[in-house]
Ligand binder design. Structure first.
Ligand SMILES: Nc1nc2c(ncn2[C@@H]2O[C@H](COP(=O)(O)OP(=O)(O)OP(=O)(O)O)[C@@H](O)[C@H]2O)c(=O)[nH]1
Ligand SMILES: [Mg+2]
Length: 250
């Protein structure tokens, strides 16, 4: 299946300059295998790993992977750690290097690289594509009840407070066309955690972006450690309220 998909995508990848952005913090058990699979599934795509100087040596592992310096770039961030900061730097890198389609995905195999072809296909005529757990044919496997509830609540809350359209507004598996990112301007997205994802959709919707969802099956991580904290959850609630009250026009 993988090879068939790869062949289908070779022609497409030649036409569209695609960058896959992977934020990492302590993902040494996952990152090498993920990079290998991405290389097989979408051989024409480039990858940037945005690592926050993970203490477990994720950066070292990336440096030893095949393709580094050619199709794979490692950004080692300094300064304040955070998922939002990593997304911002990765997206900025993609815009500065002329990529047309910029994909974000997690390093822990929750986002199966086999979904990449469908996500990229949908990005041809959409500004933002969300890999969605909550539409027909999407789903979650292995998720603890606490995470299911949290995710459900976060989505409900975002839809209700910000009037956003979409079933899975907190999914980090996405593709953006460069034109919409140029309008949104990643550095203007202020959130620095998981709410970065909600804020980008909020801003995209304000720009009348074409947003679509494609189904994904989300696997809970089996290796490495979780970074979502109670503090992060409270910060996300605050972010939604901040966005609701904001009157920015950009
Ligand atoms: N660069 C960077 N990456 C991060 C940071 N926090 C999380 N990540 C990465 O962002 C992606 C999503 O984080 P996860 O920890 O998997 O978050 P989650 O999926 O909500 O929760 P779990 O899967 O239960 O851990 C993974 O690739 C992480 O390595 C951070 O502070 N900096
Ligand atoms: Mg995860």
């Amino acid at each position: 299946m993988r090879i068939a998909q790869a062949v289908t995508f070779i022609a497409y990848q030649v036409l569209e300059k695609t960058l896959i952005i992977i934020p990492t913090y302590n993902e040494r058990e996952n990152i090498a295998e993920l990079l290998k699979q991405i290389g097989e599934i979408v051989p024409g795509a480039h990858v940037v790993v945005v690592d926050d100087r993970s203490p477990d040596g994720t950066g070292e592992v990336v440096r030893s992977c095949r393709g580094v310096g050619e199709t794979i770039t490692l950004i080692e961030r300094s300064g304040e750690r955070g998922l939002g900061n990593a997304y911002r730097d990765g997206l900025r890198f993609g815009l500065d290097h002329g990529y047309e389609v910029l994909v974000t995905m997690d390093a822990d195999f929750s986002h199966n690289p086999l979904h990449l072809p469908a996500v990229l296909e949908a990005s041809r005529d959409n500004d933002v594509v969300i890999g969605s757990r909550y539409i027909r044919d999407g789903g979650t496997i292995n998720w603890r009840i606490r995470r299911i509830l949290l995710s459900w609540l976060a989505n409900r809350f975002a839809r209700f407070i910000l009037k956003l359209k979409g079933a899975d507004l907190t999914s980090g598996f996405r593709a953006y066309r460069r034109t919409i990112l140029e309008e949104i301007k990643p550095e203007k997205v202020r959130s620095n955690g998981y709410s970065f994802l909600v804020e980008t959709i909020f801003r995209a919707q304000r720009k009348n972006a074409r947003v679509t969802e494609v189904p994904i099956i989300f696997f809970d991580r089996t290796m490495g450690t979780s970074k979502i904290s109670r503090r992060e959850i409270f910060k996300s609630i605050f972010t939604l309220l901040r966005l609701r009250c904001s009157r920015f026009r950009e």
